[in-house]
Design a protein around this ligand. Structure first.
Ligand code: VGL
Ligand code: ZN
Length: 229
C-alpha cells in the first residue's frame, strides 16, 4: 500500500460526465477500472463531487440568450457556460455505478454556492472560498496528492493547481483522466500544471510504488517518473 500521507483524490467521476450524461467527457468510462485499480493501492482515498443547485450560475440555461460552451464574465472572472449537470440529488450527480470506492473516506462536494462555480476541489472559483479539503487532508497528515478523474483540463487541472498552492505536492495520473478540450484548454492546462511543478505519473509508476510505506521511494527531479531509492 502507498503510505497514508499520500492521498488519492478522485475528481468528479459522476454520471453526467460519463457516457449518456449531459456533459459527457469523451472516453470517461474508460478510466473507471483504472481509478478502481489505483484506489486499491491507497490507504487514503477522497472523492470530489460536482454538486450544483438547480439553476446554477455555471449553467447556460441560467443565462438567457447564451449557449453551452460560450464564455461569460462573472464577478470572479471568466466562466464557461455548461449544459445543466450534476444537479444535487439527481442521477447525473451520482458517481459512476462501476466505481468501486466504498473504502473512500471523504466526499468533498463543490459548486454548491448558487453564484460561484468550483472546478477545484480545494477553492471555489472566487479564488478564496475553501471547500475544506486542504484542512481535511492536512489534519490527516497528508502531504502529497495523486489525482485522477474528470476532466483533465477543468476540475483535475484546478484541483492539482490548488493542491500546490495549498502546500501539497501534486501528481496527476494522466491515463486515469479524460479531458473536455475546449479550444486548446487541455494543452493550456498541462502547461499551467507543469509550470507549477505538478508531475504526471503513469499507472505503471503508481504500481511500482506498491512496496510498502516509507520505502524511500521518491519522485525523481529530472523526469516525471517515480523511482525507488
Ligand atoms: C467540470 C465542467 C463543469 C469538471 C465540472 O468536473 O471538470 N467541468 N463542472
Ligand atoms: Zn460543474
Amino acid at each position: 500500500m502507498i503510505d497514508a500521507g499520500t492521498a488519492l483524490v478522485v475528481v468528479d467521476v459522476q454520471n453526467d460526465f460519463c457516457a449518456g450524461g449531459s456533459l459527457a467527457v469523451p472516453g470517461a468510462d474508460e478510466i473507471v477500472p483504472l481509478v478502481n485499480a489505483l484506489a486499491a493501492r491507497f490507504s487514503t482515498v477522497v472523492l470530489t463531487q460536482d454538486w450544483h443547485p438547480a439553476g446554477h450560475a455555471s449553467f447556460a440555461s441560467s443565462h438567457p440568450g447564451r449557449a453551452p460552451f460560450e464564455e461569460v464574465e462573472m464577478p470572479y472572472g471568466p466562466q464557461v457556460l455548461w449544459p445543466d449537470h450534476c444537479v444535487q440529488g439527481q442521477d447525473g450527480a451520482d458517481f459512476h455505478p462501476a466505481l468501486e470506492l466504498s473504502a473512500a473516506q471523504a466526499v468533498i462536494r463543490k459548486g454548491f454556492h448558487h453564484a460561484v462555480d468550483s472546478y477545484s476541489g480545494f477553492v471555489e472559483a472566487d479564488g478564496r472560498t475553501p471547500t475544506g479539503l486542504a484542512g481535511y487532508l492536512r489534519e490527516r497528515g497528508v502531504g502529497r496528492v495523486v489525482i485522477a478523474g474528470l476532466a483533465t483540463d477543468f476540475c483535475v487541472n484546478w484541483t492539482a493547481q490548488d493542491a500546490v498552492r495549498g502546500g501539497f505536492e501534486a501528481i496527476v495520473v494522466e491515463e486515469a483522466c479524460r479531458a473536455i478540450d475546449l479550444e486548446g484548454s487541455l494543452a493550456r492546462a498541462w502547461a499551467a500544471m507543469t509550470a507549477l511543478g505538478i508531475r504526471r505519473a503513469s499507472m505503471a509508476e503508481i504500481a511500482a510504488y506498491s512496496i510498502g510505506p516509507k520505502s524511500g521511494l521518491h519522485f525523481s527531479e529530472n523526469s516525471d517518473a517515480m523511482t525507488k531509492s
